[in-house]
Design a protein around this ligand. Structure first.
Ligand SMILES: *Cc1c(COP(=O)(O)O)cnc(C)c1O
Length: 414
């Protein structure tokens, strides 16, 4: 059962025709399915039901406060990477005791904000960060609970920009340094090590890199134990891939079973930080063809969604499935589907076979629920798109379309 489905030859978002949404809210338009978000969260969370665990949704994938509230209402914790995300998570009513804070460049004011909120733990990514958190906690009369984010030097075999657990990446702390830091932790009275963390990358389509990292982390954990430092939490990050085109990523159930078989009986509380696998296929980006244009070498569809709305194709060369909202049954043609922005890198797809289209037609760009709106910008002074959350037959506008006034609001003197 899919919640973005063709019925009687038109695309629906749950119970609502996408054409109806586009007519009322305009394009480009992000449409999320509440039932899909819930189904994905449940599938992921229940895959670990035999383990003592907590699923901390990765806010950066889709940080709309209504998405956070929906997941929070299902018991999700949150993985944050900035003070802004902490603000959102708290505003969404997430308990600080379910918030973990990752990121290589936590600024002092962000650390203070998280200490003030009394979040569950900081995932610490460098020696200097550890020292700073310690100093600040002492100054504020607090004790910061921390994990070290271990860089296990594992190749996740994904796009280089979203590989994070290799030695050459900026993320985490190498195992040797980490071990000596845990040993030294008792000298830092402002911090309390309660866990080990790792996140090796995103859009992983096989389990092997996860298992390789897990083995290294468990070995590390055993060493810590034998040395007398018994930690409570094992945070394995996010990173489970989704199907954009023909990838066959492991189902969360399979992923859960594998981890469960390795972790059963080990007295650790597992934390997971899925983002893409919850939100990615729970959203589409709807766009209208403005012009068709034929040049001697190409057929272009010039659409009203651009790299400022969805940067993944431009940034990573990513594939997003694109299809007509109202299929007309016309013959296929090879298109470059491009936006209005003044960059040749502004495209949603290149050399894509699609039924012949005319101006005014609507297209849906699938798998746009994660790293879509959150990576959007105002480049070319384009107001950012509207976001809708559809739940059955109900449509909630969860972020109105930006206006021209919004574009200059922060530039005006009062
Ligand atoms: C981005 C990120 C995640 C989420 O990754 P997905 O691939 O979206 O599941 C989890 N943890 C950390 C630390 C991250 O930076």
């Amino acid at each position: 059962m899919h919640f973005f489905e063709y019925r009687e030859n038109q695309l629906f978002a749950e119970q609502v025709p996408v054409t109806t949404l586009a007519k009322e809210y305009g394009t480009p338009l992000y449409v999320y399915s509440a039932k899909t978000l819930k189904r994905h969260f449940n599938a992921y969370d229940s895959a670990f039901s035999e383990l003592n665990h907590m699923t901390c949704y990765s806010v950066k994938a889709n940080s709309n406060i209504h998405v956070l509230k929906l997941l929070g209402s299902m018991g999700a914790g949150m993985d944050i990477v900035s003070g802004g995300e902490l603000y959102r998570a708290l505003k969404a009513g997430i308990s600080p005791q379910k918030i973990v804070y990752s990121g290589v460049g936590k600024r002092p004011e962000e650390i203070a904000q998280a200490l003030e909120a009394d979040i569950l733990m900081f995932n610490v990514e460098s020696v200097q960060e550890l020292e700073r958190i310690n100093d600040m906690a002492l100054r504020m009369g607090k004790v910061a609970r921390i994990s070290l984010r271990i860089n296990p030097d594992v190749d996740p075999k994904t796009h280089p920009y979203i590989s994070t657990g290799m030695e050459k990446n900026k993320f985490g702390i190498d195992m040797k340094t980490s071990f000596s830091l845990y040993k030294k932790a008792k000298d830092f009275s402002g911090i309390q090590p309660i866990g080990i963390d790792c996140h090796i990358g995103s859009q992983l389509t096989t389990v092997e890199p996860f298992l390789e990292a897990l083995d290294k982390i468990l070995e590390f954990y055993n060493e810590l134990c034998s040395w007398g430092l018994c930690i409570e939490y094992l945070d394995l990050g996010g990173g489970l891939g989704i199907t954009y085109e023909e990838e066959k990523p492991p189902h969360p159930k399979e992923f859960g079973e594998l981890l469960t078989s390795r972790l059963k009986g080990i007295p650790l509380k597992l934390i997971l930080e899925p983002g893409r696998s919850i939100a990615g296929n729970a959203g589409i980006l709807v766009t209208e063809v403005i012009y068709t244009k034929d040049t001697p070498s190409k057929h272009f569809l010039i659409v009203d969604a651009a790299m400022n709305d969805l940067v993944r194709p431009s940034l990573y060369g990513s594939y997003h499935r694109i299809a007509e909202v109202l299929p007309q049954g016309r013959p296929l043609q090879s298109y470059d589907i491009v936006g209005p922005i003044c960059e040749s890198g502004d495209f949603l797809a290149r050399d894509r076979e699609l039924a012949q289209c005319e101006s005014g037609e609507l297209l849906a760009c699938f798998s746009a629920g994660a790293y879509g709106f959150t990576m959007s910008s105002n480049y070319n002074s384009r107001p950012r798109a509207c976001e809708l959350l559809v739940d059955g037959a109900n449509v909630h506008c969860i972020r109105r379309r930006e206006s021209y006034q919004d574009l200059i609001a922060l530039e005006e003197k009062e």
